[in-house]
Design a protein around this ligand. Structure first.
Ligand code: ASP
Length: 328
């Protein structure tokens, strides 16, 4: 073979090999469906936020993201599953504030909320609203306080298990009232809402993602939103502060995690996809309709989530310890 032909063949082989590598690399991830584990039942706020986000991220990543519900024990069952999942980017966790409160609430967690996960990014900030079944005999917060105080043993307060946002909010309500009420735990506030509509439970505090449409349709009573400002989706509803509980403020955030050990390029790719997805006009509108808001780009990052998770664990730990609520 002449030198020229040899050079040509070598070059061709090298460029073919390079092309092959880059194609293989590009095809490496994601090469199949990604599963997002939601640690609450279908039809609740975490489920809704996860499904909307999954759809928008799927468009960016050009693959399908499916949501699998693994509810129970305030979100710790689903989180435990993801903690031991294969760290290959195909199993993710969408959890909320409960990921930060579980370490203080659960005596026997099988995972470490910080060490066993790779943070991908924050997703949204959401308001909660205190609501009751339609025929509950209290039309505003003052009446609710009076009724509940007089009927402590007869009212049923629903939640999604120890450490869920609805539980934290309910705890805050009970501590404001200095009352110990009967709580009814569900695997998520989706099924709890069905029972509230059916009259099996009396009231519940939950993200507006779960109750905005029922409030707007007049199917349940609303007493106040838990954020410090009123929310755009129903501006006529007062804040809990305005309605009579000046110290009552809770907001709920969701975030996306991968199991510890997921390669950094995959985590970064997922975080970038999340950032783009959160700007999707359809997602933004759907979030807004539910009284929620996607976080700004700088918070949909591993660094921002790592810092936020830590500060929330530090914030809630002492509050929970002081309240003396624990679960096994
Ligand atoms: N909103 C529920 C909670 O109380 C969880 C859910 O069903 O999404 O934390």
């Amino acid at each position: 073979m002449s030198h020229r032909i040899l050079r040509f063949v070598t070059r061709a082989l090298v460029s073919f090999a390079l092309l092959g590598t880059s194609q293989v690399f590009a095809q490496q991830y994601p090469a199949k469906v990604i599963t997002i584990i939601v640690p609450f039942a279908a039809g609740g706020p975490s489920d809704t936020i996860a499904r909307l986000t999954a759809q928008a991220m799927g468009t960016v990543l050009k693959t399908q993201l499916i949501v699998e519900n693994a509810g129970g024990a305030g979100g710790t069952i689903g989180a435990a599953r993801v903690a031991v999942a294969k760290p290959d980017g195909y199993t993710l966790l969408m959890h909320h504030i409960g990921h930060a409160t579980a370490p203080a609430l659960y005596r026997k967690l099988t995972y470490d909320a910080v060490r066993d996960f790779e943070p991908i990014g924050l997703v949204n900030d959401g308001a909660m609203a205190l609501v009751s079944r339609k025929d509950f005999p209290a039309k505003n917060l003052k009446e609710l306080i009076a009724y509940v105080t007089a009927n402590k043993d007869k009212v049923y307060l629903a939640n999604a298990g120890v450490g869920s946002a609805s539980h934290l909010c309910g705890m805050l309500f009970m501590s404001e009232l200095n009352a110990d009420l009967t709580t009814v735990p569900y695997k998520g506030t989706g099924p709890a809402m069905n029972d509230l509509l059916g009259g099996q439970v009396d009231f519940m505090c939950d993200q507006t993602t779960n109750n905005a449409s029922q409030i707007k349709a007049g199917k349940i009573n609303v007493y106040g939103v838990t954020t410090s400002k009123r929310i755009a989706v129903f501006p006529e509803v007062p804040t809990m502060n305005e309605a009579g509980m000046p110290n009552f403020t809770v907001s709920v955030w969701h975030a996306l995690y991968a199991p510890k050990g997921t390669p950094q390029p995959i985590v970064d790719q997922l975080s970038k996809a999340l950032q783009v997805a959160l700007k999707d006009p359809v997602l933004k509108q759907r979030f807004a309709d539910l009284g929620s808001e996607p976080v700004e780009q700088s918070r949909a990052t591993p660094e921002a989530l790592r810092a936020h998770l830590k500060s929330e664990i530090d914030k809630w730990g002492p509050i929970i310890k002081k309240a003396g609520v624990f679960a096994d």
